[in-house]
Structure formats: structure tokens, C-alpha cells
Design a protein around this ligand. Structure first.
Ligand code: BJ8
Length: 382
């Protein structure tokens, strides 16, 4: 069983410490922009002189507050995010000068209307597909509008030059993070999936981007050495699992920990808790707004119809990470991922000839026993 490093900062620790860091930034006059989604062109927020902080809720604690305004049968990520906001229990929301959301799923886009009553909220309208000619023009227009909103809000001019510099810097960060993720390609893997997931999500609360990169580069080096010196050439009977579907930050203990405690290694995440956004860099040679439009339009989320890029990513990842089984995690009432799961199952079992398990869950602990049983039964057949 792979152990977490001694200096490992859990997601919760990072989130808690981030409160003080964001407060200090605010006191120095740095604006804070709250975000929710991988479609957010984060480069524009950085060049506006702001820090971007994730407001995606991963706890069931604030959900009862949300259910006073929202239906019970709604995705827990949406209810948790809104519950933190409406109960004023999330300092990141409290410190946000602006919220940027996108019209991804129906639940989120309607929730933003309510959020707009609590904080200034700008919603980018996302095309529903990627391949029609006008999708690019439409999304580009939305990026230009966001740039103007940020310029006006923070009284700053975003020039082409600073945007180009930011794109380079962010591409460098993506390469560093991808290198870390790709440790999972080593067999046996030197890193646990839980560490990968917590480390990546904790980064959302660390605002010194240079030291973040240094930390990740150092950890990647350590783990490569560990593989070379201790693991290379050895065999393990732990099956290699790929996680796909919805973001899993809110079910980390219930699903990810159970998988690893039950004897498997999570070596890859094809979801927004993983490489989805990191695999493709922003083109540094063309107009920067065109480049960002292209980059973010092509995120392979199930809110797009059709969504061929997800299947392409699954195809490549199952081979490159030597996957033995795929587990899809869908959050309750997430219709796009839930409907798409039929095709994912067919693709994984028929085209890739790999076992597939579908788990639909929420942030409560009620189904822990059932999930445990299903995961153990699935691992038995691998
Ligand atoms: S790019 S995965 S972060 S939308 S909130 S769609 S789980 S019902 S989070 Fe997402 Fe952006 Fe896509 Fe990634 Fe479903 Fe819940 Fe909606 Fe959700």
C-alpha cells in the first residue's frame, strides 16, 4: 500500500491555511475572483491582477442551507457550493470581489442567478458543442466580454503582451502538473491516487504559483527516484484503476480511499480532478484570445454535445496508463454524465475490453456500506 509523504498537506489543511493567505492578499489589495469550472479562462483572471480561487463545494455540511432554496434532488456539488455561499461559512466566497461562472449544466447556471444576489457574478455563456463553426466565434465573444468585465471591475488594461506572458507561464505550470500526473504511468505506480487528487485540489488554495511549481517538481523528482530505486522491475497484484465522470473532491473518502484501501491503485483520473485540462497547452504562436478560446472550448466535459474528445482521452489513457478497470463516479442528479455513462460503459467494455463500474452517489455517508461492497466485488473480478 502506498503511503502519503510526511510533509503531505491534505486538501482540508490546505483549504484551511488558504483562508489566512487569501485574507492577507485581500489586505494587500489583491482582488479575489471565485471560480467553479475547468472552462474558466483563468489566464484572463490572473492578468487582471486577481487571484482565482475555487468555490466548488466538497462538503455535505452546508447542504441543508442550500436546500432551503434549491431542490433536494440536485447535484451535491451545486448544493454544497451554494450552501457555503448562502450561509456565509466560506471565507473564499466571502472575500470574492467577483464570481465567474459558465452555463455548463442546468443546475449550475440557475444556481448562479441566486448567487448573483449575494455577490457580483458574471456568467459566461458556453456553446453546447465544440465543432460547429459558430461555436468558436460565440465563445471568443464571451472571452472578450469577460476581459472587458475584468478590466472595468479592477480598473486595469489587459494588453496582448501581458496575456502572452501569462499564457507561457500557465503552460509551464501545466507541464509541471502533467509530469506529476504521469507518474501514474509508471508500473508499479510510485504514488497513490489519493495523493494525486488531494495535491492537485489543494493547489487551488496556494497562491504563490512559483513555489507551487517548485514543490510539485521536487515531489515528482522524489517519486521518480523512488520508482527507479525501489519499484522498477518489481511486480504488484494491485489492479490499476482509472477514474472518470464527475469531479470527486466531495467523495474522496467514500470512493477513492475505499478503492485504494480495498487493494487497487488509482493511477489515472480522466475527469476534472485530473488531467482533463492539462493535456492540451494553449497555443503560444497565435492571437492570445483566439488561443484561449480554442483551448477552453475543447475541454471534454459531458456538458458538450457530442463529446468525442472524452472518448479519445479515455482511449489513449486506458492504453498509456495500462488500466485494468474503469470506475465512473457520477454525482446524484448530474444528468449529462449520467446519460453519457451508457456510451462510456459501451466504449470501455466493448472497444477497450476492460471491466467498468458505475457508481452514482452524493456527499452523504448513507451509502458507504453499499459502495464498499460494490467496489470490493468489482476488484474481485479484476
Ligand atoms: S468541465 S465536470 S468542472 S462542468 S455541477 S456538471 S457534477 S450536475 S462539475 Fe464540472 Fe466544469 Fe464539466 Fe468539469 Fe454534473 Fe454537478 Fe453540473 Fe458538475
Amino acid at each position: 500500500m502506498l503511503k502519503l509523504p510526511e510533509n503531505f498537506e491534505s486538501y482540508e489543511e490546505a483549504r484551511r491555511e488558504g483562508f489566512l493567505k487569501v485574507k492577507a492578499l485581500k489586505e494587500r489589495g489583491t482582488p479575489v475572483v471565485g471560480i467553479f469550472c475547468t472552462y474558466t479562462p483563468i489566464e484572463l483572471i490572473h492578468v487582471a491582477g486577481a487571484v482565482a480561487v475555487s468555490l466548488c463545494g466538497t462538503s455535505d455540511v452546508p447542504i441543508p442551507h442550500a436546500e432551503k432554496h434549491l431542490p433536494k434532488n440536485l447535484c451535491p456539488l451545486i448544493k454544497s457550493s451554494y450552501g457555503f455561499a448562502v450561509s456565509e461559512t466560506c471565507p473564499y466566497f466571502y472575500f470574492s470581489d467577483l464570481i465567474v461562472g459558465e452555463t455548463t449544466c442546468d443546475g449550475k447556471k440557475k444556481m448562479y442567478e441566486l448567487l448573483g444576489e449575494l455577490r457580483p457574478t458574471h456568467v459566461m455563456h458556453l456553446p453546447q458543442g465544440q465543432d460547429k463553426d459558430h461555436a468558436f466565434r460565440y465563445w471568443r465573444e464571451e472571452l472578450v466580454r469577460l476581459k472587458e468585465v475584468l478590466e472595468e471591475k479592477f480598473n486595469i488594461e489587459i494588453t496582448e503582451e501581458i496575456l502572452r506572458e501569462e499564457i507561457k507561464e500557465r503552460n509551464h505550470e501545466r507541464k509541471v502538473l502533467l509530469d506529476f500526473y504521469e507518474l501514474g504511468k509508471l508500473n508499479p505506480s510510485p504514488i497513490s491516487g489519493r495523493e494525486v487528487n488531494e495535491t492537485m485540489e489543494a493547489l487551488g488554495f496556494q497562491f504563490d504559483r512559483r513555489s507551487q511549481c517548485n514543490f510539485i517538481e521536487e515531489r515528482t523528482r522524489e517519486l521518480k527516484d523512488k520508482y527507479e530505486n525501489e519499484l522498477k522491475g518489481t511486480k504488484t497484484n494491485r489492479p490499476r484503476i482509472l477514474i472518470t465522470g464527475c469531479p470527486v473532491g466531495g467523495v474522496r473518502e467514500k470512493v477513492l480511499k475505499t478503492i485504494e484501501d480495498s487493494g487497487a491503485d488509482i493511477v489515472a483520473f480522466e475527469n476534472c480532478s485530473g488531467v482533463r485540462e492539462k493535456m492540451v497547452l494553449v497555443n503560444e504562436t497565435i492571437d492570445p484570445i483566439d488561443a484561449l478560446t480554442e483551448k477552453y472550448l475543447n475541454v471534454s466535459c459531458s456538458v458538450m454535445t457530442p463529446n468525442p474528445r472524452r472518448f479519445q482521452a479515455l482511449d489513449e489513457m486506458i492504453d498509456e496508463y495500462e488500466i485494468d478497470g474503469v470506475i465512473e463516479v457520477v454525482l446524484q442528479a448530474c444528468h449529462t454524465f449520467s446519460v453519457e455513462s451508457y456510451n462510456v460503459k459501451r466504449f470501455v467494455t466493448e472497444k477497450k475490453n476492460k471491466p467498468y463500474l458505475y457508481i452514482e452517489t452524493d456527499y452523504s455517508k448513507l451509502d458507504m456500506g453499499q459502495i464498499n461492497t460494490r467496489i470490493n466485488a468489482f476488484l474481485e473480478i479484476l
